[in-house]
Design a protein around this ligand. Structure first.
Ligand SMILES: O=C(O)CCC(=O)C(=O)O
Ligand SMILES: [Fe+2]
Length: 228
């Protein structure tokens, strides 16, 4: 393999001033927002904010998910029957509510709208889960060259809980030894990169199986460059 090819392939997997700068900008912005609290995890930048959406907004998004959700696939497109057992869908980016929620996420984080992927909705019935994974792209994946030219690496993830869950359904960060129980209307925001802008293995996470109730979330993944 030529030097050039290996540089191409490794671009998303190494330290990067661009990604480090994005991390710092968002961190500074969230740190000075009194409504936002930093979750105490020394190896991971992760924040929460309660009441990010109203009950009317969460109900509206749940209805959109119920109308469109299909069995979830993995990013790789692989049919992995028991890895991600939820139902999911991309939400219509031109819908008024979806636009308002996306704009609010961008205002909170300071991240540009054009770096954000389409808001994705997800629903978990009892027993359904999303096993441990990282949201950033592995540069060894077959789809990486395509991702690299369509916005590059994923940096921050913003996820909003749209329903209370009676039992189970926590978002678990096993490398950091904590989990977040779903609270309707709360947004969780974390940086998938470390301080140097390299993929952070401490961002590994899972959606634990729902035990009782139904869990709904929306997720927005942000790229290091404009997406598309
Ligand atoms: O549902 C959750 O708690 C986590 C979802 C998730 O990991 C994702 O959408 O990338
Ligand atoms: Fe995830």
């Amino acid at each position: 393999m030529s030097q050039n090819m290996s540089e191409d392939r490794d671009d998303g997997g190494t330290a990067s001033p661009l990604r480090a700068g994005i991390g710092e900008d968002v961190r500074k912005r969230l740190d000075r927002n009194p409504m936002v609290h930093r979750i105490d995890a020394p190896q991971l930048e992760i924040y929460g904010r309660q009441d990010f959406l109203s009950a009317e907004e969460t109900a509206g998004l749940r209805a959109m998910i119920d109308a469109d959700a299909k069995p979830s696939t993995l990013f790789s497109g692989s049919a992995n029957a028991d890895y991600r057992t939820s139902h999911s869908c991309n939400l219509n980016p031109w819908d008024k509510l979806v636009l308002a929620v996306s704009d609010r996420i961008c205002a909170l984080t300071g991240l540009p709208a054009r770096h954000g992927e389409t808001l994705q909705g997800q629903r978990y019935a009892p027993g359904q889960e999303y096993k441990v994974h990282c949201d950033y792209f592995p540069v060894t994946a077959s789809y990486w060259p395509q991702m690299r030219t369509s916005g590059g690496q994923r940096t921050w993830t913003a996820m909003i809980y749209l329903s209370p869950v009676e039992a189970g359904g926590e978002t678990h960060f096993p490398q950091c030894e904590f989990m977040v129980p779903p609270v309707e209307g709360m947004i969780l925001i974390w940086n998938n990169m470390d301080r140097d802008g390299a993929p952070n293995r401490f961002s590994l996470h899972a959606a634990r199986p729902v035990e009782r109730g139904t869990k709904y979330v929306v997720t927005k993944w942000f790229r290091e460059r404009p997406w598309g």
